[in-house]
Design a protein around this ligand. Structure first.
Ligand SMILES: Nc1ncnc2c1ncn2[C@@H]1O[C@H](COP(=O)(O)OP(=O)(O)OP(=O)(O)O)[C@@H](O)[C@H]1O
Length: 649
């Protein structure tokens, strides 16, 4: 594999470097011209436009002290319980090493990875040090990335397109397209993805998806990479390829930490170092080759021809007795001992790291991302529109459903709008239209939001963009499609059911319907952001039922008991129904046609409006109310989304 990734270096962070000109913040993120390891091999490499060889001086040394993690379990109608999962563990993750976190299932591997990466912050105790100084999370996140176990990729984008989007979001705008293409080309070449660059992510194999996840994060050239079970679901050759790739990235000076389930002996040997957990305690920390001497030293030698990776897990499980687990914890001082590290004497001490780190630290303003908000919005809008164009469910099915339902309702209520005998039917039709907009929009939003959130969580944590810009783009991208769907639905139904052929009335009808769609979308987003799909699909439609009750359909508003009247004010359907009824029967509409031999009780629209207790002169107020609903629900959905992102951590 080619050892060439970037001409650029890591994003700011706490770096150290003798002779290494480091970069950071907005001044030099990934600017290829900013990295020169003076007088090093790197200098020569950069001359040949290749990635410098390991610029270890830029590396990040992590250690952690007395780390605890307590999970809080809150349940309805029962006491809040606390469970300590990590118990004052210690350890060190030196740079330039591929480090595996191992342990039996439930030992706390993923939890430790989450804590070290900063993905989990609530319930965490102890200190994580970065180059000798307590970790500044914002700074640390600039130079690290987290790759989740499930590949959260945009399924409709090709490898090349996904990389381009990541580059546009993660590299400063002053890096031109040509340079970005070159970086992408190098990364794809190194990760063996060149041949699949025109394949959509949905069609990639498990191993290719994993490599794409890594490739996307490599764009910003992080010095620390955390990977949660990168080999899960891969066959043995893909596993080996993935681990070899990580080893190469580590050999370039990065600190690479991944959790792994029982690896084969061959795979195990590829790791430089392992950190083994047993029920939240450290039972071994050190080089892979030193594990056998460790077992010998504590008096429990690994049997001949036994995979040491299997043996350590069996020991950690307590298969050979709990007292042996205790002894291992003591032998490693719960992770405090570096005795079994590959080269313990070469590890710089705390003071040395702090001195260098302080010398090279760069002032970085809070929360700064690689590109401006405007650029983030531009790229996210582009991504959103391309995705909408390719998404069969979100786009084509949605248009299809609107056309089919409008044709069905149009046939059912054929010419009802202009027939004095069918005024009540027509009123039912207006309500059915609002029901269609409510349920179709609500279900679609609740079902699609969780996938969006899963990708958002990963990309937002890895600092691709701000939540504000993501949410703005999500809102803006949907507007054209929503207008097309609502307009075609309204036009078809309006024509087929022979509603009054006046432009003003049609527009009033369309605006009321469109606002319902937008309001319900906000409502659906709020529910989808907070609840999972199962709870959301139950709750969403269920919560719409009271809205229907208070809309004035079935029970006239004036007949509502006084103690329930407040419900009509919080029902967006009330305003929407009033708006559409006003559009059809308001504006001083004349007598409705009545067949000669029929009795038309409601041929005078005024009589009908009085009968159903709906006012037709409130259109402006109805629109103002719907717009208010729209803003309140959209802002609430944003707040819920933000809280959700915070609560995950
Ligand atoms: N939020 C939580 N609330 C309660 N318990 C939790 C929570 N998160 C994790 N745990 C518990 O903590 C323990 C460690 O979980 P973790 O996912 O870190 O284990 P793991 O070693 O990664 O397991 P596996 O290899 O099976 O993925 C488990 O027993 C799990 O049930």
């Amino acid at each position: 594999m080619e050892a060439v990734l970037h001409e650029s270096t890591t994003q700011g962070g706490q770096m150290m470097g003798n002779g290494c000109v480091t970069i950071g913040g907005t001044r030099g993120i990934n600017n290829p011209d900013n990295l020169v390891c003076v007088g090093s091999k790197a200098e020569n490499a950069s001359r040949s436009k290749k990635l410098p060889l390991p610029c270890i001086q830029n590396s990040i040394d992590i250690w952690f002290d007395n780390v605890t993690y307590t999970a809080v379990q809150k349940a309805l109608m029962s006491k809040t319980t606390k469970k300590e999962i990590l118990h004052k563990i210690n350890g060190r993750l030196p740079p330039g090493q591929l480090i595996a976190i191992m342990g039996p299932s439930g030992a706390g591997k993923s939890t430790l990875l989450d804590v070290l990466s900063g993905y989990r912050i609530n319930g965490v105790g102890g200190t994580v040090y970065v180059n000798g100084r307590p970790r500044n999370l914002e700074e640390f996140r600039r130079s690290s990335c987290y790759i989740t176990q499930d590949d959260r990729l945009q399924p409709l984008f090709t490898v090349q397109e996904s990389m381009k989007i990541a580059a546009d979001l993660k590299l400063p705008v002053d890096i031109g397209d040509k340079k970005k293409e070159k970086i992408i080309h190098n990364i794809l070449g190194t990760l063996g993805l060149q041949k699949t660059k025109n394949v959509r992510a949905a069609q990639l194999s498990g191993g290719q998806k994993k490599r794409l996840s890594i490739a996307l994060e490599l764009i910003s050239n992080p010095m620390v990479m955390f990977l949660d079970e990168p080999t899960t679901g891969l066959d043995s050759s893909s596993c080996t390829m993935c681990i070899k790739l990580l080893k190469q990235l580590a050999s370039e000076g990065r600190t690479i930490v991944c959790t792994i389930h029982q690896p084969s002996a061959m795979l195990f040997a590829l790791f430089d170092q392992v950190y083994v957990l047993a029920a939240g305690n450290c039972v071994y920390q050190g080089g892979t080759e030193k594990m056998i001497p460790f077992f010998e030293a504590i008096g429990y030698p690994c049997p001949m021809y036994h995979n040491p990776a299997d043996y350590v897990i069996e020991m950690a499980c307590g298969e050979y007795g709990e007292e042996k687990v205790e002894k291992m914890i003591q032998a490693t001082s719960n992770g405090r001992s570096y005795r079994y590290f590959n080269d313990p004497d070469s590890l710089p001490n705390n003071q040395a790291l702090q001195d260098i780190s302080a010398k090279n630290s760069i002032e970085i303003s809070e929360n700064q991302l690689a590109t401006s908000q405007f650029n983030q919005l531009r790229v996210l809008l582009r991504r959103g529109f391309v995705k909408a164009g390719r998404d069969q469910t979100l786009t084509y099915l949605r248009i299809g459903v609107n056309i089919v339902v409008s044709l069905m309702l149009g046939t059912l209520y054929w010419k009802a709008g202009n027939d004095g005998t069918k005024v009540l039917d027509n009123y039912n039709l207006l309500f059915s239209i609002l029901m269609h907009h409510t349920f179709a929009t609500m279900m679609l939003t609740i079902l699609t939001i969780p996938q969006e959130i899963s990708i958002l969580t990963k990309e937002h944590f890895n600092r691709w963009y701000s939540l504000k810009m993501y949410y703005t783009s999500l809102t803006l991208v949907d507007i054209p499609l929503s207008v097309v769907c609502c307009f075609s639905f309204t036009a078809i139904i309006y024509y087929m059911t022979a509603q009054p052929p006046e432009m003003v009335r049609f527009l009033m009808f369309f605006i009321s319907s469109q606002l319902v769609v937008l309001v319900v979308q906000g409502f659906g987003m709020m529910i989808g952001a907070y609840f999972n799909v199962t709870n959301g699909t139950f709750l969403g439609p269920t919560l719409c039922v009271p809205m229907m009750m208070f809309a004035g359909f079935g029970v006239r508003l004036c007949d509502l008991p006084p103690y329930l009247y407040w419900g009509s004010y919080v029902s967006y359907l009330r305003y929407a129904l009033e708006g559409t009824v006003g559009a059809v029967y308001g504006l001083e509409r004349g007598i409705i046609e009545c067949p000669e031999d029929a009795y038309c009780h409601y041929k005078y629209p005024k009589t009908f409006l009085e009968a159903v207790g709906v006012r037709s002169d409130q259109f402006e107020n109805d629109i103002i109310a719907l717009v208010l609903f729209l803003f309140v629900l959209r802002i609430s959905a944003y707040v819920v989304l933000r809280l959700k992102l915070m609560s995950i951590r």
